[in-house]
Design a protein around this ligand. Structure first.
Ligand code: CAA
Length: 240
């Protein structure tokens, strides 16, 4: 039976590359998106993957969506928590809303989605959960107390859930991309981005496909003994 893979933020950027890679691996992919209908339509036409609109920050919506996906398409074998937003700004100027939005969308979403899939994965004694964190959750980033906190939180979340899930053959890992060519990094001003690229030993940004390849491995049978791991892909910018 074809297993289902769910990818949040799965129609654009890194998530889109992950959705495509998992489809190539033989998964029936459901890509979750929140707002950008146009990008979702384009993604559907291009890939033939299913899409579903929901707010990953909303606990009830996540549970409803997971139930719907399982009843429509079958058992979920892989969950990739990739959805994320930035609301950059220094702490002393940061409105509370920018803190709340980033924590809810980037970190609480991880709880919401994992909580919705974990019981069935445990019962079936199989599951692959991959969380997409960031280099900025590992090293901190000027202007990103909210984002760095959420992404660091995902790393701790991953390790704790990996401990709880290992005995049930459910692996939980976290990938920390560095600066990758996506809409998110396209929003950084050119002078700041130039300075960042100078700090990357490979002297280039990464490509979404370079993150998708790691997720594909973590989702595969070959990675059965890898759990609780933090995999960095950042062109050498930060070594931990
Ligand atoms: N380290 C130390 N000081 C810094 C600094 C840094 N990295 N960046 C800026 N400063 C200093 C500036 O020199 C300036 O000092 P003075 O007032 O003495 O001149 C002061 O901090 C204020 O800087 P700005 O004028 O830039 O402040 P701002 O409020 O206009 O902008 C900011 C702040 C929006 C955070 C801007 O600095 C910025 O966009 N930074 C980039 C943040 C970033 O890397 N985001 C990553 C987005 S992509 C992503 O998140 C994906 C991923 O996972 C990697």
């Amino acid at each position: 039976m074809t297993k289902v893979a769910v990818v949040t933020g799965g129609t654009r950027g890194i998530g889109k590359a992950i959705s495509k890679e998992l489809k190539n691996d033989g998964y029936m992919v459901v890509a979750i998106f929140q707002n950008n209908e146009e990008a979702a339509q384009k993604f559907r036409n291009e890939t033939g993957c299913e899409t579903m609109k929901l707010d990953v920050a909303d606990f009830d919506q996540c549970h409803g969506a997971i139930e719907e996906i399982e009843s429509k398409f079958g058992e979920i074998g892989v969950l990739v928590n990739n959805a994320g937003i930035t609301r950059d700004g220094v702490l002393h100027k940061m409105p509370k809303e920018n803190w709340d939005d980033v924590i809810q969308t980037n970190l609480t979403s991880c709880f919401n989605m994992c909580r919705a899939v974990i019981t069935k994965m445990r019962e079936r004694k199989f599951g692959r959960i991959v969380n997409i964190s960031s280099i900025n959750g590992q090293k901190g980033q000027f202007g990103q107390v909210n984002y760095s906190a959420a992404k660091a939180g995902m790393i701790g979340f991953t390790k704790a859930l990996a401990l709880e899930s290992a005995i049930k053959n459910v692996t939980v890992n976290v990938v920390c991309p560095g600066y990758i060519e996506t809409d998110m990094t396209a929003n950084i001003s050119k002078d700041i981005l130039d300075k960042i690229i100078c700090q990357i030993p490979e002297m280039r940004m990464g490509k979404p496909e370079e993150i998708a390849a790691i997720v594909s491995f973590l989702a595969s049978d070959k990675a059965a003994f890898v759990t609780g791991a933090t995999l960095s892909a950042n062109g050498g910018q930060y070594m931990v």
